[in-house]
Design a protein around this ligand. Structure first.
Ligand code: HEM
Length: 130
């Protein structure tokens, strides 16, 4: 019998996504362009939604779907001005967060490339303003 290992497991499971998204939102909280885009004063709920989404996307528990339904992420970003500057900063904070936590998780190069290829494409896809 072969057991399939999901990217979610290869990346380090829930702790990896927890630490990644927590570190990411620390950056967002200090960002003068991104922070005003977030409608809620408390970034905690937004942090939780991104964490659930990413875990589900990579083969982890489907908590996002249970709570939020179909992702339809482009539609959900439509109310916010996502231009190239926002995309660049989003990726910058994600990269800083990743580099910080990867000291502990040490993803293999293939998994790392897989993650970044996705994040860069997804951030591009989310843009809705020239
Ligand atoms: C390109 C720059 C991006 C900006 C400026 C941006 C900004 C935002 C903002 C302002 C929200 C609303 C906060 C909330 O209430 O949850 C949001 C939600 C969210 N974003 Fe982004 N985002 C970006 C890229 C991405 C990418 C690349 C992903 C996925 C890989 C993503 C996944 C999500 C998810 C899952 C939610 C919560 C959706 C929901 O269930 O309501 N975002 N984003």
């Amino acid at each position: 019998m072969t057991t399939e290992v999901t990217p979610f497991e290869r990346m380090g499971g829930e702790p990896f996504f927890h630490d990644l998204v927590a570190a990411f939102y620390e950056g967002v909280a200090e960002d003068s362009v991104l922070r005003p885009l977030y409608p809620e004063e408390d970034l905690g709920p937004a942090e939780r939604r991104l964490r659930m989404f990413l875990m589900q996307y990579w083969g982890g528990p489907k908590l996002y779907q249970e709570e939020r339904g179909h992702p339809r992420l482009r539609l959900r970003h439509a109310p916010f001005r996502v231009d190239d500057e926002a995309r660049r900063r989003w990726l910058l904070h994600m990269r800083a967060a990743y580099d910080r936590i990867n000291v502990e998780y040490r993803l293999d190069k293939v998994t790392e490339a897989e993650l970044w290829d996705y994040l860069e494409r997804a951030a591009q896809f989310m843009m809705n303003t020239e």
